[in-house]
Design a protein around this ligand. Sequence first.
Ligand code: C2E
Ligand code: MG
Ligand code: MG
Ligand code: MG
Length: 286
Amino acid sequence: YDAKGTARGLRVYAPDLDTGDPRRLALVSELRTALATGGIEVHVQPQARTTTGEVVSVEALVRWDHPETGRISPEEFVPIAERTGLIGALTTRVLDRSLAACAAWRAAGHDLGIAVNLSARSLHDADLVDEVARLLARYGVPAGRLTLEVTEGSVMADPARAIALLHQLRDLGVRLSVDDFGTGYSSLSYLKRLPVHEVKIDRSFVTGLQNGSEDVAIVRAVTDLGRHLGLEVVAEGVEDAATWELLREMGCDLVQGWHLSRPMPAAELLPWLRLRPVAPAVLRAV
Ligand code: C2E
Ligand code: MG
Ligand code: MG
Ligand code: MG
């Protein structure tokens, strides 16, 4: 049980996607069950205008509460779903729960947008466009209230095919966003070719914004680029008022992060909105 032994032990239990290790096999079958029986839910994290503090949309973030081990991170189970053919069912589940929630908010008089993350595999799924259209119609949500987030990496797996699919989604009237922008390897040339409405500056550049001048320069450059291309610019990972204020000065449109709210169950959003002060502290101080 020395440090070395513990490290070896941990390695044994870590899920290895490239071998048939037992933990991974168990997770796959448990994930399949959870998808069939409702153990997969959607939490939402609000997004606000930097200038007014108004909450105009949310991002849907998938959550899996495992009956024995507790909550498992999407960073762990989304890649497993991708490699085992479960990603289609996962994406359908998240879209369904997200649009159901959006419809409920609309019925209560709140015209909010919702953003859903797409994985690389979903960008190769010929059924996705019909599926999105079917679910929008079922819940009566206007296409323009749904944003689909893709990463540069997921597009780069097969750019021609992904870009063709993005055009089809765009033709439905759905909004498209490039998530984790700045972490891919082809940012500038591909941004011009992607038929997107929005860029989301990766949290790794945003969270330390006060500390490093390099991050300030990067965020300012991406914000200017987005605005000149006519794109809405969103910053994720905004953890304090000073960062929000800096982003507002730079001309970033929307903020998302712990300073506004942590992700919460979809059913808690309207109560949270009701209890929230009209404007956050950063705006009252301006
Ligand atoms: P993402 O789409 O970039 O989501 C943002 C992540 O940052 C979320 O982690 C969110 O909880 C976290 N976050 C938000 N605000 C803050 C903040 O102020 N500080 C810090 N440190 N973190 C913050 P989460 O929910 O664990 O999701 C991780 C990733 O898993 C997502 O990154 C996304 O790539 C993926 N994911 C989540 N839900 C889905 C889904 O439904 N489908 C697919 N395909 N992927 C998903
Ligand atoms: Mg996202
Ligand atoms: Mg992101
Ligand atoms: Mg991320």
